[in-house]
Design a protein around this ligand. Structure first.
Ligand SMILES: O=C(O)CCC(=O)C(=O)O
Ligand SMILES: [Fe+2]
Length: 246
């Protein structure tokens, strides 16, 4: 089976796909335990969330120094990506880099793009609690009083699209959605105005009744974002380059 079937496609977005029950509850529990039990220095503390980078951060020239990913980030997730051919067209045919982001209630991530270091496809597995991801078209411009100082800036006021990511779900964004949109998560402790009119993957949700009131309170949500870095270097080659015998 391919991941880009009509059963998983988010209708209003040509190149985004959503699978609500990508991992089981037991798999989710185990993954959360693994994230939580990583040694403390693994975490980078940012002002609005904390982050782990696997296998390591990219160099200044956006190169990944190749080293194996830990087994818990491969099995079952990357095996399932293989079954669905998610990274089949990527240069290395599989993800080689994973960011783990943890958001407590009130935390988020500013609208941004992931950039050209990566093949334009990101596959995100959500753990622990739902969260809304906002998409902003890059060349959308601001209008309205509060933005008049920044009229040439992309508009971060109102997202064009909102994707509700349930716990245990997979979201794949690629091509134009990757290159032409910014994505972000609001710093709020309540996601509001939820319904078929505002959430573009509403039809694909597993547990719509949780949002009957039109809002929910955030709880700690962790994401695993899988990508393929274009430029890779073997550690041995790097040591040779530095004149160090390996
Ligand atoms: O947590 C998410 O779903 C988004 C994370 C993200 O945008 C990033 O790590 O670049
Ligand atoms: Fe991102």
């Amino acid at each position: 089976m391919d991941f880009h079937s009509p059963a998983t496609r988010i209708d209003s977005l040509e190149d985004a796909f959503y699978i609500s029950d990508f991992i089981s509850e037991d798999e989710e529990t185990r993954l959360i335990q693994k994230v939580q039990s990583a040694p403390l220095p693994r975490w980078t503390h940012l002002s609005h969330r904390r982050l782990q980078t696997w296998p390591s951060a990219l160099t200044k020239s956006d190169t990944l120094l190749l080293s194996p990913l830990p087994p818990w980030l491969i099995d079952p997730i990357i095996h399932r990506f293989d079954d669905l051919s998610i990274f089949a067209d990527a240069p290395h045919g599989a993800p080689n880099h994973i960011l783990v982001n943890e958001y407590r209630p009130g935390q988020g991530i500013m609208p941004h793009e992931d950039g050209s270091a990566y093949y334009p496809l990101v596959a995100t597995v959500s753990l622990g609690a739902p969260i809304v991801l906002d998409l902003y078209e890059k060349n959308g411009h601001c209008s309205g009083e509060e933005y008049h100082h920044f009229s040439d800036m992309p508009c971060h006021g109102k997202p064009q699209f909102r994707i509700l990511q349930e716990r245990r779900s997979l979201l794949v964004m690629r091509k134009r959605i990757y290159t032409d949109f910014l994505h972000g998560i609001a710093e709020t402790d309540t996601d509001e105005d939820l319904g078929p009119h505002s959430i573009c993957n509403w039809d694909l949700l597993r547990e719509k009744d949780l949002y009957d009131a039109g809002w929910y309170r955030r709880e700690t949500r962790t994401s695993l974002t899988y990508r393929d870095v274009f430029k890779v270097a073997k550690i041995g080659d790097t040591l040779k380059f530095l004149g160090i015998p390996s």
